[in-house]
Design a protein around this ligand. Structure first.
Ligand code: PRE
Length: 307
């Protein structure tokens, strides 16, 4: 049975997402305390794949995942899942919420309930943890007074008081998760795919503009751009780009070869079906047929048959 790592311990949103991402095959889920350790387990071959959080609609990218994806041997995403995010707040039973002095959670979780915390736990200072389930454990062992957790975590801690459920400053908050594995066979194109890459552009005028032009010229819709330091020196950044389409699509392949010529580094991070399954809109001029026709026209020109 394939072993699949996830950001744990038991009771995280990532566990829930990883279960859903692996629902169509029997898998043994292995909890890891950090995203870094889950990704390393994939690189070392201890597990087949890992479920990791990627981005939240309120708080943005999960930096540990971006850094982890490029900080070592190549990894590629093969599936994504979007989960609605609403929290439970757990409290040590003997603590009065108005006097709670600490509230533990993943920084992304704390950021999503900032308003609620200032009203209901006004004296509590943030205790950032590696995951929401770790925060629940910190309340259970008395290290923190309160925790912002995934509702699934509540059932692991019947000894704690559930102060509130369905907590969210922004009603429709969602987080996108990825299933990541070592490079191998890619998921087949579906017509509703996303491709993810990371590039380091040369340090010269217009370099980022040229990167984006490689996509826009071919009618490729960019859905996310994020930068993270390369960590080599101040001012050196790696750009993470997500766009609609599959690496098997000619316009995507064409753009990638352009980026490869233009950039200092290009890392392919996967092509996989989009969670929303919405078909990608392709302009007539960028369709497979248009590429085929233009290539055969060029072949004819080069062969001296037409001019
Ligand atoms: O701590 C968890 O439960 C996680 O799965 C991580 C995570 C995140 O990284 O954003 C996932 C979803 C929520 O947005 C809060 C935390």
């Amino acid at each position: 049975m394939p072993r699949i790592a996830y950001l744990g311990p038991q009771g995280t949103f990532t566990e829930q997402a990883t279960r859903a991402l692996t629902a169509d095959f029997a898998a043994e889920l292995i909890a890891h305390d950090t995203v870094h350790s889950a990704l390393d387990a994939v690189r070392l071959g201890d597990v087949e794949a890992a479920g990791v959080p990627m981005e939240n609609s309120v708080e943005g990218a999960v930096a540990a995942t971006l850094d982890g994806l490029v900080g070592g041997a190549p990894l590629v995403a093969v599936a994504e899942l979007v989960l609605p995010i609403r929290f439970d707040v757990l409290l040590r039973p003997e603590v009065d919420p108005l006097h709670a002095t600490s509230v533990a959670s993943h920084p992304h979780a704390l950021a999503q309930v900032r308003g609620w915390l200032s009203e209901r736990l006004p004296r509590a200072l943030d205790v950032p943890t590696a995951s929401t389930a770790t925060a629940a454990a910190e309340v259970a062992n008395g290290t923190a007074d309160a925790a912002v957790v995934a509702p699934v975590a509540t059932r692991y801690h019947p000894e704690l008081t559930r102060l509130a459920s369905e907590v969210a400053d922004v009603d429709d908050a969602v987080t996108r998760f990825l299933l990541v594995r070592r490079p191998g066979l890619l998921p087949d194109p579906t017509g509703a795919d996303r491709t993810s890459i990371a590039v380091v552009a040369h340090d010269e005028v217009g370099a980022l503009g040229e990167v984006l032009s490689e996509l826009s010229l071919r009618g490729i819709n960019l859905s996310r751009i994020e930068s993270r330091p390369t960590k080599d020196r101040l001012g050196a950044y790696r750009f993470f780009l997500d766009f609609d389409g599959h690496v098997a699509d000619t316009r995507i392949g064409d753009a990638l070869t352009g980026l490869h010529r233009r950039c200092f580094e290009v890392r392919f991070l996967g092509s996989f079906p989009k969670a929303d399954s919405k078909p990608v809109n392709v302009r007539a001029a960028d369709s497979e047929q248009a590429f085929r026709r233009s290539m055969s026209w060029l072949d004819e020109v080069r062969a001296g048959r037409i001019a």
